[in-house]
Design a protein around this ligand. Structure first.
Ligand SMILES: [Mg+2]
Length: 364
């Protein structure tokens, strides 16, 4: 397979609501869509690390620079013998996983088109029926949060995830549990707690949460191990896991019982599969997390969610959830919390152009 051209397309789509996490509030979604040209076809990938380096050190501008100066020259015009060869070609670049994933996912899409095999089968998926959960940002009041949960449950979402942070935790969870004693409920702390908070976090055990996501520092697996041995709630690691080796170490240290796989954070779908395989062999469950990608990127989250060890509902955003318009046709929409991985979401290039901020064109 030969890639002749890579377009790095910076898109900006207004959100239909403010999205608030412990990182701050955003009103528009910036993303990098990659269009590759090769073998007489075109295909699309995406990475969405947020505009600013607040989730990881990567941001929109670093992806453009790393792709233009290092990934594209390593890949363009070369005879690539599949996805593993792509990884070998860019392996000299330290980190920058979102940038690597943006091009990698486009190559998966290209291979899918060349072979006429849907993405979910190509990654080794076994069940095209994908369960969808919903992640609710920090809300202005408990009443607003309870109303949102009610609304999402009536739409059929299979799992509710709420964000917690110091000062908005036990009380929030206890009030949610009072109203919804039986729902599948989890919390995401986005690294907002520290080692002195163990006693407080242990108090969450009595609310039988499905999991507690990334309570401690974004680069930690040691303290998470200590915390996991002192609480019953399963810890799910997110920000701390970038490679399959990170996953192996976290498992050996007992740092978690679940790993959230975001394909951008781990450098693409091949590494997602590798982390999945290590987790499956060690009784650690997986699910697909998200970064508010456009529908282009949601396709890859749907694909990996069909792998057998993806045991928990995925954070797959429907097209109308945050974006005023999505970039795929048909829209991504769940039915009673389920998606069918066989749906063929096509990129709408008219809308892609409409929301394009700038394009960096790289040629062989
Ligand atoms: Mg998270």
């Amino acid at each position: 397979m030969r890639i002749d051209r890579i377009d790095v397309i910076h898109t900006c789509i207004p959100l239909n609501q403010t999205f608030r996490t412990s990182f701050g509030a955003i009103n528009e979604q910036h993303s990098i869509v990659v269009k590759v040209y090769g073998e007489g076809l075109t295909a699309f990938g995406e990475a969405c690390p947020f505009y600013a380096p607040v989730y990881s050190y990567e941001c929109i501008e670093t992806i453009k620079a790393v792709t233009r100066d290092f990934i594209a020259p390593a890949v363009l015009g070369k005879d690539l013998d599949g996805i593993e060869d792509y990884h070998r070609a860019v392996d000299f670049i330290k980190g920058n996983n979102h940038a690597k994933a943006a091009v990698e996912t486009a190559i998966w899409d290209l291979v899918s088109k060349m072979k006429g095999v849907p993405l979910w089968k190509l990654v080794g998926g076994t069940d095209p029926a994908v369960e969808v959960g919903v992640s609710i940002g920090i809300q202005p009041s408990i009443e607003v949060l309870l109303n949102k949960i009610e609304a999402y449950l009536s739409e059929g979402y299979r799992r509710i995830k709420i964000k917690i942070e110091p000062g908005r935790d036990i009380d929030t969870v206890s009030q949610v549990r009072k109203v919804f004693p039986e729902i599948s409920l989890m919390v995401d702390a986005n690294s907002s707690y520290r080692i002195g908070d163990f006693e407080m976090l242990a108090k969450l055990d009595k609310y039988h949460l499905l999991m507690m996501e990334q309570p401690l520092a974004e680069d930690d697996i040691i303290d998470h191990g200590k915390l996991q041995s002192s609480i019953a709630t399963p810890i799910c690691l997110d920000e701390s896991i970038h490679t399959s080796d990170d996953a192996r170490k976290a498992i050996e240290l007992g740092s978690c019982k679940i790993i959230n796989i975001k394909y951008g954070r781990v450098g693409g779908l091949l590494n997602s599969v590798r982390i999945h395989d290590i987790c499956a062999a060690n009784g650690i469950g997986n699910w697909a997390g998200g970064m508010i990608e456009t529908g282009i990127g949601q396709r890859f989250k749907i694909a990996i969610s069909t792998l057998p060890n993806f045991k928990y509902a995925a954070d797959i955003e429907t097209s109308d959830r945050f974006l005023v318009e999505d970039l795929v046709t048909p829209d991504i929409a769940h039915i009673k919390g389920m998606l069918d991985a066989n749906t063929d979401y096509k990129v709408d290039e008219v809308k892609l152009n409409k929301y394009t901020e700038d394009i960096t064109i790289c040629r062989a």
